[in-house]
Design a protein around this ligand. Structure first.
Ligand code: NAD
Length: 491
């Protein structure tokens, strides 16, 4: 027999899920979550929660991932704080209906788009940024006026249980709940009818989520991953480029980030310069023995450690390591590792790496890299370092990815005016800033008419004259309408 907490966790089955959704739906239906005051109060509560409990969050992230404090405070807490602050500042504008023009066909009339909450939503999040990826969508869902169930990832257990505890303490439990658990609990949740499912994780489970949602015609937002490439042109400030690649790769949870650079493409001639600069900058940042560095997260668990080790141990790949390769299985550490000219049919080039390994592919001409990128699944992000305007234009018009950054990596995530999401295999839908509010709202079309202007031509009997006038009316052109009324129309 486990602790009381463990017993409760086991008891979260389909019946429990049904009753939870029923409870939240009652709360949504009575209008509580729609009120402006409720939304603002809840947003302020999350802010209070992360401000007051920052140290506990940093500790949980250290327990789950050995995440360096700077990364926790900046990429999980400060980013979340910005997101809440923005929502609090903008919510008044976001919830206001958008006035729209109407056409001559409906004259006299006025129209507006009203953002209404979807209802009761499920947010399933991943382990690599367990606070940001859980609470950032929650911010959007609250701002839009929904009741929410959050299911954090069991792969980051300290963060999951802290999230459950803190949300229970700070948030309105009649409308916002956390359910902890793994496949059984998530499956029980997925059996329920939701008004939206927001899922962050890999595409295999994304398919399970989407299939479950289809049964109830529930819309989904899928934040998935992929192999995010970096194209490095010659004639650039290589040191700055390399530092920015390192920042986006090893400086983001040791490569366990959805938009971390997955592989580099560079010309054969320029590759030795890149490798040398990577080596010297990596050594400056993480020392001669990076396995000891406190500034690198560890691999989340032994499954992921073994997955990454398998990539390195594949026959056609093991000889391609030009830097790093050291590992410490006991402490789940893998050093930053660079591989040159790995075959494209290797495991490491077939799957998303999601770890500290960085293969480099070489091409004869840098323009060839776009075909390589487009021959695979559409990535979540793609990066280009160049001073060449034409290459930049080609990159933006040819490469399809969730988002692009020129001359840096990962930073688009921090720009709230840009939507963050994937395309094709890297996901569907987007969030951040107002996009988060929109992701959890229905855009309701509303047309207002008065009793004036009730035109007889709408109604039978349908005469030839009415048909003629109706046809020009539908063109929306005032001149054609006058023409038709005067009998000049050819229709
Ligand atoms: P994970 O293992 O934490 O799984 C994600 C969620 O799916 C968890 O909450 C888990 O409980 C749930 N789950 C697992 N098996 C399930 C099942 N059979 N049925 C229903 N739910 C199930 O995370 P992961 O998938 O290892 O995350 C890494 C992937 O996520 C990578 O591909 C990465 O690129 C992607 N990712 C994307 C983003 C983004 O914002 N686009 C962010 C982070 C990670």
């Amino acid at each position: 027999m486990g602790t009381e907490e463990e017993v409760n966790k086991v008891l979260f089955d389909e019946e429990a899920a049904t009753s939870l959704v029923k409870e939240l739906r009652a709360s949504f239906t009575n209008g509580k979550t729609r009120s402006y005051d409720w939304r603002v109060t809840q947003l302020k509560s999350i802010l209070k929660m992360i401000n007051e409990r920052e140290q506990e969050i940093v500790t949980a992230l250290r327990d789950d991932l050995s995440k360096p404090e700077l990364e926790s405070t900046v990429y999980e807490i400060a980013m979340l704080r910005n997101s809440i602050t923005l929502a609090l500042k903008e919510i008044k504008h976001w919830i206001k209906p958008d006035k729209v023009k109407t056409s001559l066909t409906t004259f006299p009339s006025s129209g507006e788009i009203v953002s209404e909450p979807l209802g009761v939503v499920l947010i399933i999040s991943a382990w690599n940024y367990p606070f940001l990826l859980s609470l950032d969508p929650v911010v959007g869902a609250i701002a839009a006026g929904n009741a929410i169930v959050l299911k954090p990832s069991e792969i980051a257990p300290a963060s999951s249980s802290l999230l459950a505890k803190l949300v229970g303490e700070y948030m309105d439990s009649s409308s916002i709940r956390v359910v902890e658990g793994a496949v059984t609990e998530t499956s029980a949740l997925l059996e329920q009818k939701w008004d939206k499912i927001f899922y962050t994780g890999n595409g295999r489970i994304g398919r399970i989520v989407m299939a479950a949602a289809a049964k109830h015609l529930t819309p989904v937002l899928l934040e998935l991953g992929g192999k995010s490439p970096v194209v490095v042109d010659s004639g650039i400030n290589l040191q700055v480029a390399v530092r920015r690649i390192i920042g986006g790769k090893w400086g983001c949870n040791n490569g366990q980030a959805c938009i971390s650079p997955d592989y580099i493409i560079i010309t054969k001639d320029y590759a030795p310069n890149l490798v040398n600069t990577l080596k010297s900058e990596l050594e400056k940042f993480y020392g001669k023995n990076p396995l000891e560095s406190k500034d690198l997260s560890r691999i989340v668990n032994s499954n992921h450690f073994n997955r990454l080790a398998k990539y390195l141990d594949e026959d056609k790949v093991s000889g391609k390591i030009v830097y790093g390769g050291e590992r410490d299985k006991t402490n789940l550490k893998i050093a930053p590792t660079i591989l040159l000219d790995v075959p494209r049919d290797s495991l490491i080039m077939s799957e998303e790496i999601f770890g500290p390994l960085l293969p480099i592919l070489t091409v004869d001409k840098i323009e060839d890299s776009f075909d390589i990128i487009n021959s695979g699944a559409k990535p979540l992000a793609a990066y280009l370092f160049t001073n060449n305007k034409k290459l930049r234009q080609q990159f933006v018009s040819i490469v399809s990815a969730g988002g692009l950054v020129v001359n840096d990596t990962t930073l688009h995530l921090a720009v709230h005016t840009l939507p963050f999401g994937g395309v094709g295999e890297s996901g569907m839908g987007a969030y951040h800033g107002k996009f988060s509010f929109d992701a959890f709202s229905h855009k309701k079309a509303v047309l207002y008419r008065s009793f004036a202007g009730d035109a007889a031509i709408r109604y039978p009997p349908y005469t030839v004259g009415k048909i003629r006038l109706m046809k020009v009316l539908m063109t929306g052109s005032i001149f054609s309408i006058i023409g038709a009324l005067l009998g000049w129309s050819k229709v």
